[in-house]
Design a protein around this ligand. Structure first.
Ligand code: THU
Length: 156
């Protein structure tokens, strides 16, 4: 886990964060007014997602899972990186956009599928604070297919 400045990011990391920033504008967020954008790097392709809320609040899907499901629906599973950024309706988020517990669990499974403990770049609204952490750092001792004795080789 490391705290970095925007200028320390590599070109591909900056580009991915830029895609996440664009994606947050598509958020369907009438209830919270909170905007989250996620961008997955999968080979040369970027798949984005934003949060999709629901009047039955618990049915809301976070930006991370929205991007993940979108990628899987395209048959894209070899994730190399994820970028996240958020903002409020009328305020900038002070802290970095850190995935919720459900998203960490889904991202952990995705990391098992692609055999890659990929890095998540988490940013606050104005990119003045950025944290980089791997999925294993975000969810240590994660529960996965192996724990159920399930072989996911054919999905890799
Ligand atoms: N949200 C995300 O999309 N990702 C996160 O990492 C944290 C929370 C969304 C869900 C909901 O639409 C809004 O932010 C407020 O919780």
């Amino acid at each position: 886990m490391e705290l970095v400045s925007y200028f320390e990011l590599g070109d591909s990391e900056k580009l991915l964060l830029g895609e996440a920033l664009k994606a947050l504008e598509t958020a369907y967020n009438p209830y919270s007014g909170f905007y989250v954008g996620a961008a997955l790097q999968i080979g040369g392709v970027v798949v984005t997602g934003s949060n999709v809320e629901n009047s039955a609040y618990g049915s809301t899907i976070c930006a991370e899972r929205s991007a993940l499901v979108s990628a899987y629906a395209k048959g894209l599973r070899k994730i190399s990186m994820l970028a996240l950024i958020s903002k409020g309706e009328d305020f900038d988020s002070v802290g970095v956009c850190s995935p919720c517990g459900s998203c960490r669990q889904m991202l952990f499974e995705a990391s098992q599928v692609c055999n890659n403990d990929f890095v998540v770049i988490m940013s606050n609204s104005d990119k003045s604070e950025i944290v980089k952490a791997s999925i294993g750092e975000l969810l240590p001792l994660g529960f996965g297919p192996e724990d159920l004795g399930v072989d996911i080789t054919k999905f890799k």
